[in-house]
Write a protein that binds this ligand. Structure first.
Ligand SMILES: Cc1cc2nc3c(=O)[nH]c(=O)nc-3n(C[C@H](O)[C@H](O)[C@H](O)COP(=O)(O)OP(=O)(O)OC[C@H]3O[C@@H](n4cnc5c(N)ncnc54)[C@H](O)[C@@H]3O)c2cc1C
Length: 385
């Protein structure tokens, strides 16, 4: 059966997230973007409202809303508020998801619970997912961060780049190779704590968009990781990373839809108010059709995201569908936000208006968690003649 009707729970969460995005996120988003600073006050409120950890199991202190589809519905609203703030929150789920997929009960109890509890001064605890390296982005097989086994522990050495929440996270999910000659079969995942000796966060990047989020390098210099902090078996890290993406790519798709919807709604209102040649610009077919395209594409992207989420929730394979949703929604976000700037004319290009921020924010959707090209690689490899 195919249903496009949200459950009561989904409607409730969507409305709650929307209200939060409207009242708490939207008012601080421009300043956080301008100053390139993490707005901790909003994160604290989001944590109190349960909006950071609602999707983690109750057993570990989360809200118990484990449906990937429901999370997609909520993520659309949060990213509608601000994609930078959405990315910080998304970074927590990105770190927790591999633990929930492959962790032992002890690992989940220790680290997922830790992410659910507030940290120092009531600040929420954040997580970070450290896969990318300077020489290994789209191709993790090229990673050189390594873990050497030594009596009951591993010695971790390496350097990660472009890591969301690096330096402000409590818990790091780090991918390293136990044997570079084995390519992806050598990749192993570890849970690393921020205070361990040798965990050294580095330079914070200055970015085009999602500037409220914190993206930085981090190095691991002879970090002693107890064997109990290995996630799954040696060599299972790549599989764990890919399983994680089955979930999180759907959520990036939803985030991209949120950004696109924000720009579309603003442009639609503007087109009704702005008058040229004695009429609202909406009366010009060129503008109205642009808005019609936006509405169509946003709906199509949302349906792809909901399909991928539903497949996951039903326990069915969804790697191809999650990639389709992510690739399509990211392209839609880029196109819709660019067209929104066009509809505002010169005002669209001016920073006093929010659409240029949405256009800058949209671009990352085609890059992180697998570029637009890598999604097409995932999709094409599964096409059957
Ligand atoms: C703001 C931000 C936040 C991020 N957050 C995280 C994070 O939290 N954790 C993390 O691990 N990483 C994170 N990343 C890294 C991100 O996932 C990578 O940048 C991305 O996967 C691409 O890797 P790369 O930059 O090395 O590009 P490359 O892999 O060098 O790609 C360069 C270009 O070549 C193309 N290309 C590469 N291989 C192929 C191929 N086989 N076929 C066709 N085209 C190809 C790519 O699509 C791209 O256009 C983040 C990046 C940014 C900018």
């Amino acid at each position: 059966m195919i249903s496009f009707t949200l459950t009561d729970e989904q409607r409730e969460f969507r409305d709650m997230a929307h209200k939060f995005a409207e009242k708490e996120i939207r008012p601080v988003a421009p300043e956080a973007d301008e100053k390139e600073e993490v707005p901790w006050d909003v994160l604290e409120k989001a944590h109190q409202a349960g909006l950071i950890t609602y999707s983690f199991p109750e057993r570990y202190g989360g809200g118990g809303v484990e449906s990937v589809t429901t999370k997609a519905i909520v993520d659309e609203e949060i990213f509608w508020g601000c994609a930078g703030i959405g990315t910080i929150i998304g970074g927590v789920a990105l770190a927790a998801t591999p633990i929930l997929i492959a962790g032992t009960d002890d690992q989940k109890m220790k680290y997922v619970s830790r992410l659910c509890e507030p940290g120092a001064g009531g600040r929420p605890r954040l997580g970070a997912y450290a896969l990318t390296e300077p020489g290994a982005g789209s191709d993790p097989a090229g990673m050189i961060t390594n873990a050497r086994r030594e009596r009951g522990k591993y010695i971790l050495n390496g350097y990660k780049t472009f890591i969301t929440n690096a330096g402000i996270a409590d818990v790091y999910l780090v991918f390293a190779t136990v044997d570079p000659s084995r390519g992806t079969d050598g990749i192993t995942a570890f849970i690393v704590e921020k205070d361990w000796p040798g965990v050294n966060p580095g330079k914070k990047e200055k970015k085009m968009g999602i500037r409220a989020s914190h993206t930085a390098t981090i190095s691991f210099d002879d970090v002693e990781v107890p064997a109990a902090n290995r996630l799954g078996e040696e060599g299972e890290g790549f599989k764990i990373a890919m399983k994680t993406f089955d979930i999180t790519r759907t959520h990036i798709a939803a985030g991209a839809i949120g950004v696109a919807r924000a720009a579309y709604e603003y442009a639609l209102n503007y087109a009704h108010e702005r008058r040229q040649f004695g009429k609202p610009i909406f009366s010009f077919q060129a503008i109205a059709f642009m808005l019609a395209e936006m509405a169509m594409e946003i709906d199509a992207a949302r349906l792809l995201a909901w399909r991928a989420g539903s497949l996951y929730d039903e326990g069915k394979p969804c790697a191809q569908e999650a990639s389709m949703a992510k690739a399509f929604a990211a392209d839609v976000a880029m196109k819709v936000t660019t067209d929104a700037v066009q509809i505002l004319g010169g005002y669209g290009y001016i920073r006093e208006y929010p659409v240029e921020k949405w256009m800058r924010d949209a671009k990352i959707m085609q890059i992180y968690e697998g570029t637009a090209q890598i999604q097409r690689l995932v999709i094409s490899r599964r096409l059957k003649a």
